[in-house]
Unconditional design. Structure first.
Length: 149
């Protein structure tokens, strides 16, 4: 079986709140080629939105220069879709703690600590890799099964 993607994309944009909608729409437009259900499309948009928000809020806190977010996507013959959101920010010291529901490093109390939980609940699989001082990568996997004619 060929494991090469049928199609792929990549984009880079500054870590600014205004670009959260851009990332959501790029992912949705890309996945729409697979004729997803409305629910599948909403799931992907929500997961991508959370991943990008995490980059904006957490990865680049206290930075004012250009802070890039990278998003890539690919889909495969079996309908598996992989969206990856990556930053070059501060990284996560303890991933197992960070993905725990309600855990937050936000001392101001504005964040609920549900970002990773939301991403995971809207995807078939979510993985997080990170290196302190180097950045974080979130990989979101969702199987899009085309409706039978």
């Amino acid at each position: 079986m060929n494991k090469s993607p049928l199609n792929r994309f990549k984009a880079e944009f500054p870590a600014k709140s205004i670009n959260e909608g851009y990332a959501r729409m790029v992912a949705a437009a890309f996945v729409s080629q697979l004729d997803p259900t409305v629910a599948d499309l909403a799931d992907i948009k929500t997961a991508v939105s959370e991943a990008v928000t995490n980059c904006i809020v957490h990865a680049y806190r206290d930075k004012s220069d250009y802070c890039p977010i990278y998003i890539t996507g690919a889909y495969y013959p079996d309908g598996k879709t992989v969206i990856t959101v990556r930053d070059k920010g501060c990284g996560i010291e303890d991933i197992s703690k960070a993905v725990t529901p309600l855990y937050t490093t936000d001392t101001g109390g504005e964040r609920s600590g549900m970002g990773f939980t939301i991403m995971e609940s809207f995807c078939d699989k979510m993985t997080v890799s990170s290196r302190v001082g180097k950045g974080t990568t979130v990989r979101l996997v969702k199987k899009i099964v085309r409706p039978q004619s």
